[in-house]
Design a protein around this ligand. Sequence first.
Ligand code: NDP
Length: 328
Amino acid sequence: MAETARTVIIEETGGPEALKLVDWPVGEPGPGEIRIRHKACGLNFIDCYQRSGLYPLQLPHALGMEASGVIEAVGEGVTHLAPGDRAAYAAMPPGAYTEVRVMPAAQVCKLPDDISFEDGAAMMLKGMTVQYLFHRTTPLKKGDTVLFHAAAGGVGLIACQWAKSEGIRLIGTAGSDEKCQLALDHGADACINYNTQDFTKRTRELTDGRGVDVVMDSIGASTFMGSLDCLKPLGMMISFGNASGPVEAFNLGILAQKGSLKVTRPTLFAHIADPVACQEMAAMLMGKVSSGAVKIRIDQRFPLAEVAEAHRALEARKTTGQTILTLE
Ligand code: NDP
């Protein structure tokens, strides 16, 4: 076993240039921990928030929140995994941009043989996010309509297919006509190019003036207020990200004026903090992928050493679907 592994860390917050590839200590798994040798790592927008300092970390810190690989060793008390198992995870603390790591076992899940390591690395964080958005945040039923921003992105393309598989009508938004077409190809019922169209007005038109039941908004600052205007009375706003910057403080009275709206600001990590819930969420996701209801679309692959380029592409809105960091 190597004592160190090539790992991407930050010593200080900043732009993509803050990402450093270093040799990082690995160690042996203690009670409740595993050592996993990665096959691939997933790239997520949250990695950019941590790198920039929007979500603070104690520095220096390794980055990366999801990966897949093979279990090399398990610590005392770990019963759901064994050496040699294929596995994948989305988990805190960050540290997935590496060849091998020791980490808590609770959020690590067995990866079925019919799901590739690349798909496993790309799907856990984004796919379990879609799982909790559609099943654990607000009751959604067949026939409900959801407005989903950034529908051609990593979380977005999974959401389009998930909605289709549940009989939920998904109206997407995206930043170009090509991205809109991608969302439509993955099951969105309609998609609005919000760079050329007023998404609020268009959403009203697409719902015969009624508005949608739920908005799932990961764009944040630039879309939040417009998103509230897309909701029908008593509708639910799920604000789950800040790709354009965090949402500013606002007067809660606005929610009453617009029809007793509800707003929540969830995070995946509150849901998967419960190990039983985490394994259940992962099992549902893996079922969707194994059955073909959700296909993982990896549009960008970057070697680990080129992680800064991967961050630049993600932040410049140049990516679609999933992005992974390769190790071999
Ligand atoms: P994406 O692949 O969706 O990339 C982000 C997309 O956001 C871009 O491609 C772009 O699409 C759109 N966007 C709009 N405005 C901006 C902007 N100013 N800068 C950059 N991008 C912008 O990323 P992920 O799939 O990794 O994540 C999607 C979102 O979901 C992120 O905000 C992330 O933080 C959030 N998230 C939240 C979780 C939670 O539990 N709270 C868990 C997982 C993800 P376009 O060009 O079409 O506008």
